[in-house]
Write a protein that binds this ligand. Structure first.
Ligand code: PLP
Length: 394
């Protein structure tokens, strides 16, 4: 059934606002010329405000996987040891890519339902007396589980262990949806993508690098050409790109950054929190009668950009998602890896407001009823009550 508005509630890519679509609806310009340079400069200045950094930001036509790879090949040499903080599918995948490049990958194991405990990281690093670990790799918001890690606390743990490892953070599903502070939190490398909080089409990826990271990249021995930060920073005879610049994504980025600044970043984060909490209230209502539950078990570590919902035993999340799509034109994210069929993921990031999330929740609640999944009723009501409560309205 594809009548009416397509509710696209995946946790990325996200809805592209009309303003961004219209901004991209124009012809090409020379990416080596002054007009594009002015747009790019405005975009990089705006990105620095979103990353909360004064450091270097680099962009590539790529997805997040490309920015992951760029960070690895620019920072390390074959045999270097890195520590992956396990949070779910994405954290482990970043590590697998490191292993494919010949890095020695250690994994700090963690239950996928809770945030990484900073104390465990501190202990792990204290045990590394020789300082063999070159970098700690963490995911801010683990999109596969809806668990968010406390990046500032993890930084404090690295400092408490007096360990020199670089700190690399994936902000692919948190940037521009949840507060992130690269410089204040002492992050050396930030990996981000265009298609989530930045509300753009998929296809551009970003890396911000501290001066320590840039110094490490001068020593790194892994082969790199397309991803080489030095080529991007120094520029070639033509431009600061390793190829043709994605001009249309920059048209869109310029508009998206203007939208974020018009609303105000703090208001953007508050909106994401409000809509995430409304979603959580709905799931908590469904939880009665042994219904679905929020996968992230610790309320303090629940993401404001995505809620993973664990289905009751014997009920398939993909069947429920299909019902939502077929009957109500609502698209939700599926479970990844070991969570396939067990969780559905409701994305609440990017360009959305109260009616959007209420519509999506209503569709899920109807699908639970139609699909014969045990649940408590009144999820939509609970979300509405929260959205007009004193906690929200003041
Ligand atoms: N890291 C996280 C946390 C993600 O959510 C994703 C994609 O959803 C990725 C990495 C991979 O990014 P991409 O799909 O843009 O390559």
């Amino acid at each position: 059934m594809n009548r009416g508005w397509h509710f696209y509630q995946n946790p990325g890519p996200t809805n592209i606002p009309e303003r961004v679509l219209r901004a991209m609806d124009r012809g090409n310009i020379d990416f080596t010329g002054a007009a594009f340079k002015a747009i790019a400069e405005e975009c990089f200045a705006g990105l620095k405000r979103v990353f909360k950094t004064d450091r270097t930001i680099l962009a590539y036509p790529a997805t997040g996987h490309g920015a992951w790879e760029a960070a690895l090949v620019n920072l390390f040499s074959p045999g270097d040891k890195v520590l992956v903080l396990e949070s779910g599918f994405f954290s482990l995948n970043w590590g697998l890519r490191g292993a494919a490049f010949g890095l020695e990958v250690e994994t700090l194991p963690n239950d996928w339902r809770t945030a990484i405990e900073p104390g465990k990281l501190e202990d792990w690093l204290r045990d590394d007396r020789e300082h063999a670990i070159k970098a700690v790799l963490a995911v801010h918001c683990e999109t596969s589980t809806g668990v968010v890690n406390d990046i500032a606390a993890l930084r404090r743990a690295i400092d408490a262990a007096r360990h020199p490892a670089l700190f690399l953070v994936d902000t692919i599903s948190s940037l521009a949806s949840m507060d992130f502070r690269m410089d204040e939190w002492g992050v050396d490398v930030v990996v981000a993508g265009s298609q989530k909080g930045l509300m753009l089409p998929t296809g551009m990826a970003f890396t911000a690098a501290s001066s320590r990271a840039l110094a490490a990249s001068a020593e790194a021995k892994l082969p790199r050409v397309y991803w080489d930060w030095r080529r991007l920073i120094e520029g070639s005879s033509q431009s600061f790109w390793n190829g043709t610049a994605p001009v249309h994504l920059f048209y869109g980025l310029q508009e998206a950054l203007r939208m974020l600044e018009e609303e105000g970043l703090d208001q953007v984060f508050a909106r994401h929190h409000r809509l995430a909490e409304a979603t959580r209230r709905a799931v908590q209502a469904w939880r009665r009668n042994d219904g679905p539950e929020i996968f992230a078990s610790d309320p303090r570590a629940r993401s404001d950009s995505v809620t993973a919902v664990l289905m009751p035993e014997g009920h398939n999340a993909d069947a429920l998602r299909q019902l939502c799509l077929d009957r109500f034109n609502v698209s939700l994210g599926g479970g990844l890896d070991r969570l396939r069929g067990r969780v559905m993921r409701i994305g609440h990031l990017g360009d959305l407001n109260e009616p959007t999330i209420l519509g999506a929740i209503a569709a899920v609640e109807m699908a639970l009823e139609l699909g014969g999944v045990p649940h408590g009723r009144g999820g939509v009501q609970a979300a509405m009550e929260y959205l007009v409560s004193d906690a929200v309205i003041g």
